[in-house]
Ligand binder design. Structure first.
Ligand SMILES: C[S@@+](CC[C@H](N)C(=O)[O-])C[C@H]1O[C@@H](n2cnc3c(N)ncnc32)[C@H](O)[C@@H]1O
Length: 248
């Protein structure tokens, strides 16, 4: 069984979800000397390096249809059953997708089967929260603890596993959940929320109650006073991490 949510919510993915160049650089650095990768949960192709061979694997046709023609064609498949031969690529890449997988042990075993050198994940640490968003959408806490693997879970990959905070720029171009930490009005825009699975999976009641409180606090400038210390920061730790597993 796989998570089909992007079949429903991903139709306009590219409108708010453009790869951020600074996050892209951090991911490319982590891939190191890999000359071939499988990009698992490749979606529309964000963060796929253009200087090495890529096999994109993605279950959602809605997402695959949004891939640029210049990118490698995607293979339909899931992390839990990778459609690749054993030891066929140097590295596995998985960007903002592990929280959609149905079985981390099965997917990690598949990654170990196909990747010779390493695996690189860009994910969210469920213990870190989403900064001030947790004050308005308290259900994020429970939801992300349930959906995102604890960082310790990645140790099951074997090899040497390390995690590295990725600070999110104030003008991040990839509209994932924590991207708009310094642009709070963005969360009031349904088009922006539509491409965030965190919002899609919250109850309508929790979303509407949080939005009402946020709109009220922005209008009264309570939000601006309460979070004054972050308003001049160029980047913030909103819980995003690169997890790097070195196998060699
Ligand atoms: C938030 S999108 C990220 C897409 C892309 N990696 C990016 O950074 O833009 C999550 C992707 O994971 C895919 N996905 C869901 N379940 C999956 C599974 N079991 N195996 C692989 N990918 C999956 C979704 O279809 C979706 O394209």
């Amino acid at each position: 069984m796989t998570d089909v949510i992007y079949e429903q919510i991903g139709r306009e993915y590219g409108s708010t979800r453009q790869a951020d160049p600074r996050i892209s650089d951090a991911i490319r650095l982590a891939l190191g000397d890999a000359e071939s990768i499988v990009n698992i949960g490749a979606g529309a192709g964000s963060y796929e390096p253009t200087d090495i061979a890529v096999v994109p694997v993605e279950p959602s046709l809605t997402m695959i249809r949004q891939r640029a023609e210049s990118l490698a064609p995607a293979v339909v498949g899931v992390a839990e059953e990778l459609p690749l031969a054993s030891r066929s690529v140097d590295a596995a890449l998985a960007v903002l997708t592990v929280h959609h997988w149905s079985s981390w042990p099965r997917a990690f075993a598949e990654i170990r089967r196909v990747a010779r050198k390493r695996a690189v994940f860009f994910t969210h640490d469920p213990t870190a929260g989403f900064a001030w968003l947790d004050d308005y959408f308290s259900a994020f806490r429970t939801d992300s603890t349930r959906r995102y693997p604890p960082l310790a879970e990645f140790n099951a990959l074997g090899g040497q596993v390390t995690s590295h905070p990725v600070l999110i720029p104030a003008d991040c171009t990839d509209g994932f959940t924590g991207a708009y930490w310094r642009r709070p009005d963005a969360y009031l825009d349904p088009t922006i929320r539509a491409n965030m699975s965190t919002f899609a999976l919250l109850s309508t009641y929790a979303v509407e109650a949080g939005l009402r409180a946020l709109a009220r606090d922005l209008a009264s400038r309570t939000w601006q006073h309460r979070y004054a210390e972050i308003l001049d920061l160029p980047e913030l730790d909103v819980g995003y991490r690169i997890v790097l597993a070195e196998f060699a």
